[in-house]
Write a protein that binds this ligand. Structure first.
Ligand code: AMP
Length: 428
């Protein structure tokens, strides 16, 4: 038997309703905040990601699904959505007229990470981007939006961690400070961090190894070395969050794994955030992560345009909801169930279902089942208030039985009056 590829998953009926409910909630909040949907391809030129995410990042070095297509071009299954959205913004000159755009997209991302709980090789994100503004208020708003979405999904006690990683003004000097600090302690760092020290020294700050964390805890912090403009920006973000009473924690070691970030970076965790070594990384992983990327649009060939964005991981949110025992509000229920017996009844059922559909009344059925008992069991399962029973005799007589599933009371009505009668009963 051919099985799924490792790190990939099927989302089965029963679970897909939960996915839909989360997407509905997110769409409603995003629409309130004026975000519009953009749909971008899953496959892009490899260079788009190497240039934007950065050559020396885990994603580009180890995790991308890259292959040569039949003409010898290198293409990559998108590991994230920001780069594609920015490409699209530039390519279609969305900025012409009005540079300010609020966009969102949903869909699968691909990273060849080590599969484990909360980490898949195909995972889904709701990704939002606010392009065209350098205002700190936009950073805070993006945090607010995801905070609202998670709260509407009934996730409580969320933890927002925030930091500023500066910009091209202040980061190079800080990097120098950091490298010289770590260099003098290099022998005590893990093998990975010794490599990071040469290639991407900021990443040493978020190493999970205990021995590295001990060294990191004494390291100089960027927050103390921000330039005037980054400092003002960060202060502005925090003041806005204070203003809307959105609780946050400053995390000076939050650096994020993608090179394009500038200034604000943040992550949102569920209540059981566990960042200690050895703990099962399930909902302890970030539900949402993002930040500002003021240089990316220019880097990808666009004008000098500032932007902020973030992405929410669907699987992580679902894991958090399950852990808290929060059920999906959307389930496979139906107010009416139509049961049928015999061929003539089956045929008449099709017409009746069509009439219900036109009247926009949802009716469940189970044509695959023949016995009435099995069909009424299904009616219970979809929590139907009424079962309509079209037996052989009723089909001949042009009637139908309406059964109140709660009381068991039955009544026979004319077949052509069924939709009207059910409309009346459901209105009550
Ligand atoms: P990133 O694009 O790395 O900033 O991640 C944004 C969000 O996507 C994270 O906070 C997670 O919720 C989710 N995410 C990232 N990588 C994975 C993965 N391998 N499996 C499941 N979710 C992921």
């Amino acid at each position: 038997m051919i099985q799924l590829i490792r790190g990939f998953r099927d989302i089965l009926p029963g679970e897909s309703e939960r996915w839909q409910a989360i997407e509905d909630t997110a769409r409603a909040v995003l629409s309130d905040f004026g975000f519009r949907e953009i749909r971008i391809p899953i496959l892009e030129a490899t260079e788009l990601f190497t240039r934007s995410i950065g050559e020396n990042t885990d994603i580009v070095e180890k995790e991308m699904y890259t292959f040569e297509d039949r003409k010898g071009d290198f293409v990559t299954l998108r590991p994230e959505a920001t780069a594609s959205i920015v490409r699209s913004y530039i390519q279609h000159k969305l900025y012409a007229g009005d540079p300010f755009h609020k966009l969102f997209t949903t869909g699968p991302m691909f990273r060849r990470e080590r599969p484990q709980k909360g980490r898949y090789r195909q995972f889904y994100q709701i990704s939002i981007e606010s392009l065209g503004s350098e205002s700190w208020i936009i950073d805070a708003q993006i945090i607010q939006i995801f905070y609202n979405i998670l709260q509407e999904l009934k996730l409580k006690n969320l933890i927002v961690q925030i930091n500023s990683i500066g910009d091209s003004q202040c980061r190079p000097y800080y990097k120098k400070l950091l490298v010289s600090y770590f260099k003098s302690r290099e022998q005590s760092l893990c093998v990975d961090c010794r490599r990071r020290l040469r290639e991407n020294p900021l990443r040493v700050l978020d190493c999970k190894e205990e021995k590295c964390q001990r060294i990191v805890s004494q390291a100089p912090q960027l927050i103390d070395h921000l330039c005037e403009s980054c400092h003002r920006h960060f202060k502005g973000v925090l003041e806005f969050l204070d203003e809307i009473e959105l609780p946050y924690q400053l995390n000076p070691y939050l650096v994020r794994g993608l090179d394009y970030y500038t200034k604000t970076v943040f992550e949102i965790f569920g209540e059981n955030a566990t960042k200690t070594e050895g703990e099962e990384p399930s909902v302890g992983n970030a539900l949402v992560a993002g930040g500002r990327y003021d240089n990316l649009i220019k880097l990808l060939g666009g004008e000098d345009t500032k932007a902020t964005g973030a992405a929410m991981g669907m699987e992580r949110v679902i894991a958090a909801l399950k852990l808290k025992g929060i059920k999906s509000s959307k389930s496979a229920t139906s107010p009416i169930f139509l049961a049928q017996l015999g061929n003539l009844a089956k045929r008449k059922s099709l017409k009746l279902l069509e009439d219900f559909r036109k009247a926009k009344i949802q009716v469940a059925e189970s044509f695959g089942r023949d016995s009435l008992k099995a069909q009424l069991k299904m009616a219970d399962r979809v929590e139907a208030q009424y079962a309509l029973i079209l037996g052989q005799q009723e089909a001949l007589d042009g009637t139908i039985i309406i059964r109140d599933m709660k009381t068991g009371k039955q009544e026979t009505v004319k077949l052509e009056k069924t939709v009207k009668e059910m409309q009346r009963r459901l209105k009550k």
